[in-house]
Structure formats: structure tokens, C-alpha cells
Design a protein around this ligand. Sequence first.
Ligand code: FES
Length: 163
Amino acid sequence: MEPAELVQASGSDKTRRDFLKTGILAVSGIISAAAVYPIIRLALHTTPPAPPVFVDAVLLSDMPEAGVRRIDLSLEKDGRPDARVFVKRTPDGNIIALSAVCSHLGCIVNYDRIKDQFVCPCHGGRYDGNGKNISGPPPAPLTRLPVRIAGAYIQVGIRKPPV
Ligand code: FES
């Protein structure tokens, strides 16, 4: 075989190899996209949260002038609590509601009346009187819940826990 024929054969092989490479890359790209698409779609699929349901929490007349009431709230009549909350009258007279669930690993916090702090019994996390995380492992404040006055009651807005 002459050297010129060898060069010509090599060029043809190279073109075929490039074509095969491109084809393989295209097919693997399509397969990868097909595999990743459902994951991305699931990650981006966000359903807006259901609006809170306001539940009678405490009689306005039973709310201390300064202090906190811990209340278990239930959306159903089965009595199982759907939310454990603190209802608190702040020094300026406003009423706030905080979830009692620690933002670290979900233990139920207690209220330290002397220090006006919420304290987690599990790992010693502390929150100030407004629920702001101030020491220990909690990465975020206690969740603030909506509050409204309806007749004689202080109502707190809670959501059904995800099933
Ligand atoms: S669960 Fe509350 S500090 Fe860890």
C-alpha cells in the first residue's frame, strides 16, 4: 500500500470516529437529561402552603398581663395536638404566638419565667423572650405564628402537619 492511500484511509477513519464520538455524546446527553429531569422538576415543584386555620387558643380574660401560656392546639376533634404553642403578652401589650418546637431537632422547649427565655431540654438551646435563638445549637428562631382576637378568644393560626 502506498503512503498516500494510508493517509486517505486514516482520514476516513478519523471522520467515522468523530461521527461516532459525537453520536455517543449526544445519546448519553439525552439519557442524562432524561434521568435528571424528574429530579429537577421535583425540586422546583413547590406547592404554596395551605393558609393557616385559626383555632381558639385561650380566652382573652385568661391571658395573664405579663406572662406566657403554653397550649396544645388541635385541628381535629380527636384531641391529638397538631401544634404546641406559647401565647405571650409582650411588655408593650401585644400578643404573640410562638411554636414550642425547637428549631434544632424538634424537642419541645420550656419557658423560663425568671429569665424570660425559652429553653430546650434536649441540648440546652436558648431563645430570648421573642423566640430569637441566642445560644446553643438552634439554627433559627422559634416559628412565629399568626394571632388574632375573635370575640372573647385569642386565636392562633396553625397548619395541618404534612402527611
Ligand atoms: S433539639 Fe433543641 S437544642 Fe437540640
